[in-house]
Design a protein around this ligand. Structure first.
Ligand SMILES: C[S@@+](CC[C@H](N)C(=O)[O-])C[C@H]1O[C@@H](n2cnc3c(N)ncnc32)[C@H](O)[C@@H]1O
Length: 248
């Protein structure tokens, strides 16, 4: 599994936080008592769930020890963090009021197997809310070298209508939408910097030394062509799918 660097991830924190807040803003569940954040990362956004739901026990789960180490200082009696794999997480039936997964389910295979588990974990009135990227350079075969090992263009993310149908069939009321953000990023090679903190990690981890330097240089050059620097910064169009599924 690719390692995560919380420091690198924290760059562009504002851009990464916005979809989280727009997702959570659509959750209809009021006064939850059990809230889980799947793929909680460094825990900063999980902590906002504890503030938003002051009467809830909030649990962040992540498979990265590095991310959990960054999250640990944020823990309180109300807010805890746990090492775990989303794919293996088995909530007790009806035991959770709100499940949030922001920018994490794209790392989890087989959404057809995953969604029934998450839906079954929801209590009546509960909500599953997730957001996944649906495009961008990491899914673009022309940006990455054919020979470099990694997931390539493969993504477990399905079509939006598939999520609506699948979750409706599980008895949930679904609110789904897509948004493309046009981020304006500062500095040199900001698109490379952005994805070095997320989608490029499996590729960067697979290489070392001169091979790694060469790979980064080639990807950087292609990204500069695709996303040129302009006087005000570099525009990164970033499409994302949001799904908020509520158990009536
Ligand atoms: C892009 S970050 C998102 C972090 C946080 N949700 C946020 O919005 O800032 C993706 C996170 O998902 C975690 N992750 C990836 N695959 C996972 C899995 N199978 N189980 C648990 N966590 C996973 C990574 O360790 C990483 O912290």
């Amino acid at each position: 599994m690719a390692s995560w660097d919380p420091g690198q991830y924290a760059r562009f924190a504002d851009e990464r936080a916005r979809p989280f807040h727009e997702l959570v803003g659509r959750i209809p569940t009021t006064a939850p008592v059990a809230v889980v954040d799947l793929g909680c990362g460094p825990g900063t956004l999980t902590a906002t769930l504890a503030t938003r739901y002051p009467d809830a026990a909030v649990l962040g789960i992540d498979s990265s020890p590095q991310m959990l180490a960054a999250a640990a200082p944020l823990a309180t009696p109300q807010l805890s963090f746990q090492l775990g794999d989303i794919a293996g997480w088995r909530p007790q039936r009806g035991s959770v009021d709100v499940i949030v997964a922001n920018a994490s389910l794209q790392w989890v295979p087989d959404h057809a197997a995953l969604l029934p588990v998450l839906a079954a974990g929801l209590d009546d009135g509960g909500t599953l809310a997730f957001q996944v990227p649906t495009g961008g350079p990491i899914l673009d075969a022309d940006i990455l070298d054919p020979g470099v090992p990694g997931p390539r263009g493969a993504t477990p993310v399905r079509e939006p209508a598939w999520y609506v149908r699948t979750l409706a069939a599980l008895g949930l009321t679904v609110d789904a939408w897509e948004t493309t953000y046009f981020h304006v990023l500062p500095g040199d090679d900001p698109v490379l910097e952005w994805f070095s903190g997320t989608g490029l990690r499996p590729y960067l981890d697979a290489l070392s030394g001169a091979e790694l330097d060469d790979f980064r240089a080639r990807v950087a050059a292609r990204l500069r062509d695709r996303y040129p620097r302009e006087p005000f910064g570099t525009i990164l169009p970033f499409p994302r799918l949001f799904v908020v599924a509520h158990r009536p």
